[in-house]
Design a protein around this ligand. Sequence first.
Ligand SMILES: *Cc1c(COP(=O)(O)O)cnc(C)c1O
Length: 407
Amino acid sequence: MTYRREETVQIPESDLEGMSVDTLAVRAGQIRTDQLEHSDAIFPTSSFVYGSAAQAAARFGGDEPGNIYSRFTNPTVQAFEGRIAAMEGGERAVATASGMAAILSTCIALLKSGDHVVCSRGVFGTTNVLFQKYMARFGVETTFVGLTDLDEWSAAIRPETRMLFLETPSNPLCEVADLGALSRLAKASDAFLVVDNCFCTPVLQRPLELGADIVVHSATKYLDGQGRCVGGAVVGPHKLLEEVYAFLRSAGPTMSPFNAWVFQKGLETLPIRMRAHCDNALELALWLDQKDAVETVYYAGLESHPQHELARAQQSGFGGVLSFCLKGGREEAWRFIDGTRMISITANLGDVKTTVTHPATTTHGRLSPEDKERAGITENLIRLSVGIEAVEDLKTDLDRGFAALRA
Ligand SMILES: *Cc1c(COP(=O)(O)O)cnc(C)c1O
């Protein structure tokens, strides 16, 4: 194959067809320049130049494809987009400045005033605010339903329902929604099914293959996995993504080239990181389940979990997030958290470093007492985002938490 010096060269998609997500994570989407670099180049430039006035006119007129300005397109950002699209099995991806920008852009692209949304109750707190406060202000009403209750989803649908939105597994109680059933419901209702795939990533779950119309991501979590950048992505068919892209191009919450480069490199290790997260989380869930001080463990990998079989069928691993209730209340939960020494006390998740959170007073602190009770966010609940440290060392640190309970 010959490369023209002026061109950047993208490895043909057809060369990777049918390859596994492990391979796509490393190889898909790379744009190689005439320097023939082995790793991925970064293009930190706001704009691009042309060979002639005529070429500039052709670019602006849309007669010639190519870059104009990095709010529209940038090669590093396109490389990340190509990689995440291939991994999700989507026709196209659009990268965004954050996970929330991905969700907002999807809403603006798919919805108009008078439309109605059905959304699972346990979604990320800011997603809730987006629907309840901002979308409502622009004439889009949202009904919240229990994630796993198909009858409730069905009953909430109205003639003007245009979107079903959900996260699965849920945060922090690890409930699992039946994506196949919800996609059939969405199709029968002429609505789009939008899935926030942040917790599983395409390594563990590919919602588009199960019938979802759009997948959104907070790349801030597992896709980076090392806590460096904030970003997001929307993945789906060309037809819908063209609308998302048009909004981003006009409104501006695009991803920076530097962040795209970090995420692109992050994706290369995503499959092996996800397997390490899953192995550690399952081992800790089983271990916590045996502890006298623990009342309940929430993790879909446990056979006692109500959607264990569904999770086995729908996901290729159970994920890195688990929650558990201690015997007692807030005092015990805080004492346990403060007793750990290595594990980070933070609301962040999806990192190689294990984190511990008290949802009732942090991530879910703004919920009313009734909403907390309905969502199962009790004062004795603790969430772990299990990292990739040696599991024996995580047990050692968690045992310091258990020791603090007895002190
Ligand atoms: C963090 C998160 C978001 C928001 O992403 P940002 O990158 O923080 O904007 C959306 N959904 C889920 C499930 C998240 O965990």
